[in-house]
Design a protein around this ligand. Structure first.
Ligand SMILES: [Cu+2]
Length: 156
């Protein structure tokens, strides 16, 4: 039974290579937020969920934006007892699964901001997939700074 399962898995993988090559990947970018940079800093990070609801693995090859010199996929790794960021050259999302980018894990890194994104509602980020398709998504700009201006408003 186990051997059969393996055999049919291999068959279906090869089958999908031939039949579905060139078809569109079924993937969504969800809950995309980017942090307004801390004043005086040039870098910031974004978080999202990549939802691959298709039957094929989806690989993100690169990300780009027009608000920073470089836009990269990063993850955090432990080196000794130090948490360090590392650039990922690509990110594979298995079929029927989600990858969550969150603080302490994967993130979109914006290096060398060229625009003051804290004044924008959202920014555009483009994900290029291995099949050449591009996903254009909007990241909502969120501020981590306490909203002091609201603390003096009293509602009666
Ligand atoms: Cu980073």
């Amino acid at each position: 039974m186990k051997i059969m399962n393996h055999f049919s898995l291999i068959l279906s993988l090869c089958f999908s290579c031939v039949v579905f090559a060139g078809t569109q990947s079924k993937v969504d970018i969800e809950e995309f937020t980017v942090r307004a940079p801390i004043p005086g800093t040039q870098n910031t990070s974004g978080y999202l969920v990549v939802d691959n609801y298709g039957n094929q693995k989806v690989t993100i090859k690169s990300v780009s934006s027009n608000v920073a010199d470089k836009t990269e996929i990063h993850t955090h790794v432990m080196e000794g007892d130090m948490m360090k960021m590392r650039k990922l050259d690509q990110l594979a999302v298995p079929a029927k699964s989600k990858v969550t980018f969150e603080p302490g894990g994967h993130h979109i890194m914006f290096l060398g901001l060229t625009k003051d994104i804290s004044k924008q509602q959202s920014i555009e980020v483009i994900f290029t997939l291995q099949d050449g398709r591009q996903l254009v998504s909007q990241a909502k700009v969120v501020s981590l700074m306490p909203k002091k201006e609201h603390s003096h408003h009293h509602h009666h």
